[in-house]
Design a protein around this ligand. Structure first.
Ligand code: BMA
Length: 312
């Protein structure tokens, strides 16, 4: 069973877990802050790839395990990748992971360094041995998000080309591959929106797209600039099932914006940053980074998210 709590206020489309945040500062030896992370059900329990910022402020990926998806035990050591030649291949840094099961393997995408930030990718069968593939794209790029299955014989990945810093721009693109190594046929998917102020600076894909009969439900973050810095919210879109480069609908307002203290106060204030979503029947549990400091969970019903995307 995925984490779940019933809605208390009937006006809400999305509601927060009452015991948020589920991680705390300095939770384990090297873990100063744990946020922007991705989880999946695994062997009757849950497993996750976590962004952990260490005490030198450099982000790395750690595996975490949980019986209930709420209380997590983290590996003290970072993921030890091995490349295709059998050599240990540890990235200088790694952040904002996404996790998905495709063809009986678990794929992890993340942001890492190739003389500038871009999309790293790797896979594992058992969360013990990790194979690192070559970086998927040229720098600069962030928010690489795979689709959970082949579509018409090809794998698909969303990404957000960027610059070397705190990118003050950005649209989502979609790319195709037959082997997770060679990515091409890049297409522009959707852009920031000047008439929708919460997402007028940049946008980026969030969790792995959710397959529904109405299309791929994409939860994505949108950023606006204020006199005191960026504010990260998130909204939704629906992409065509057979041709995911086609946007069918896009929410006109944000689904969630920073409101609670653990979202508005932290290492980077005013950030809600979704990286994964668990779905069971009509229930959705969204895991999001809060203020680059904590992980929060929010709940919603899938049919209501689809309605929200079509009609908000
Ligand atoms: C983005 C990424 C995210 C972070 C966000 C807010 O550019 O670095 O990891 O959550 O900024 O600081």
């Amino acid at each position: 069973m995925i984490p779940w709590e019933e809605r208390k206020n009937s006006n809400e489309i999305i509601w927060r877990y009452s015991k948020n945040p589920i991680t705390k500062r300095n939770q384990f030896k090297s873990g100063a802050r744990i946020f922007n992370s991705a989880v999946l059900p695994y062997n009757e329990e849950f497993i996750g790839v976590f962004r952990v910022d260490h005490y030198n402020t450099v982000p790395n990926l750690h595996i975490g395990r949980s019986e209930d998806g709420l209380n997590w035990v983290f590996d003290e050591n970072i993921i030890k990748w091995v490349d295709e030649n059998g050599n240990i291949s540890i990235p200088d840094y790694a952040y904002d992971p996404r996790l998905v099961k495709i063809d009986e393997q678990y794929y992890i995408t993340f942001c890492t360094d190739l003389h500038g930030p871009t999309i790293g990718i790797g896979r594992t069968k058992d969360f013990v041995n990790f194979e690192r593939l070559p970086e998927a794209f040229l720098p600069f790029n962030r928010n690489g998000v795979l689709f959970p299955r082949k579509i018409k014989g090809k794998y698909y990945m969303l990404s957000r080309p960027s610059d070397n810093g705190h990118t003050p721009f950005g649209d989502i693109f979609i790319s195709e591959s037959y082997d997770f190594i060679h990515w091409g046929n890049h297409q522009w998917l959707m852009g920031k929106k000047s008439d929708s102020w919460w997402e007028n600076l940049k946008i980026g894909a969030g969790p792995i797209p959710i397959e529904t009969s109405d299309g791929w439900l994409l939860i994505y973050h949108g950023v606006t600039n204020t006199c005191n810095g960026y504010v990260y919210s998130f909204g939704t879109a629906l992409l065509d099932l057979e041709n995911p480069s086609k946007v069918l609908y896009r929410s006109k307002r944000y689904l969630m914006t920073p409101e609670e203290t653990y979202e508005t106060v932290g290492f980077v204030p005013n950030v809600v940053f979704p990286c994964s979503a668990l779905v069971e029947d009509n229930k959705v549990a969204i895991y999001y980074g809060a203020a680059d400091t904590y992980i929060g969970i929010a709940f919603a019903y899938l049919d209501e998210l689809i309605e929200f995307t079509k009609r908000s």
